[in-house]
Design a protein around this ligand. Structure first.
Ligand code: MN
Length: 241
């Protein structure tokens, strides 16, 4: 290879690497979040969660979620917080206007809620999650009982959670309004594995406003595959909240 050919091939090589890095950058950019919060489509038909929730409840509930999301987008712009992720907004919720706390929770909590529900019967916690539940609650039944008690302890409207705290310990906790255990203002903080909406709009129709029916029906529609995956990713992240 003479000098000119050598220089040419080196330049071509460099250009190739540059072009590849630009392409990678471009594909990253196209996936980059544009700062607008959106509600994803339900991963199952609205009428498939009976008797936990009827189609009308689910459709109305989705409208609530859309409205929290629209309001979050406006509140973020008004507060000069554009570009912050929902988790960033929650982690510093004490420093932001109360609208941000309310709407970021309304947006994130419902997003998780739709994902941890499923019409497919028969999903079970992985061995790893099941052992952690037995380790921290004694038995699986003791866990569901504590979850039910927490649902009844919510003052007014709120949510019940299974969380993994910083040390990896599983806990049941509840929050008022749309607070989330990842918020810095939460009394009990942790990474949410699953949640149950105990606002009355979630069960007014099908359970006729009877909370215990709502909680009992919940156990038939939990997507344990998603909950178990969340436990696994939390353990990989060392349960950082
Ligand atoms: Mn709700």
């Amino acid at each position: 290879m003479d000098k000119r050919t050598f220089v040419k091939s080196v330049l071509l090589g460099v250009a190739g690497i540059y072009a590849t890095s630009l392409a990678v950058k471009a594909s990253r950019n196209s996936k980059r979040w544009d700062g607008v919060f959106r509600v994803s489509e339900l991963p199952y038909p609205a009428d498939s969660l009976e008797p936990f929730a009827d189609a009308e409840t689910i459709k109305l509930h989705l409208q609530h979620h859309e409205s929290y999301t629209r309001n979050l987008n406006s509140a973020v712009v008004a507060a000069g917080l554009s570009g912050k992720t929902a988790h960033e907004l929650m982690r510093m919720s004490s420093e932001f206007p109360k609208e941000i706390r309310h709407y970021s929770g309304g947006y994130v909590n419902h997003k998780l809620y739709w994902r941890i529900l499923t019409p497919d019967k028969g999903s079970k916690p992985t061995k790893e999650l099941f052992s952690a539940i037995e380790r921290d609650f004694g038995t699986f039944d003791a866990f569901t009982e504590e979850f039910g008690r927490a649902a009844h302890s919510v003052c007014g409207s709120g949510w019940v959670w299974l969380i993994a705290d910083k040390s990896g310990t599983l806990k049941v906790t509840s929050t008022c309004d749309h607070d989330n255990p990842m918020m810095d203002i939460a009394e009990v903080r942790g990474f949410p594995l699953m949640c149950l909406d105990v606002w009355e709009h979630a069960y007014r129709i099908r359970s006729k406003g009877k909370l215990s029916d709502h909680v009992n029906a919940f156990w038939n529609v939990v997507n344990w595959d998603v909950v178990s995956r969340r436990y696994q990713s939390a353990s990989k992240l060392n349960f950082i909240v």
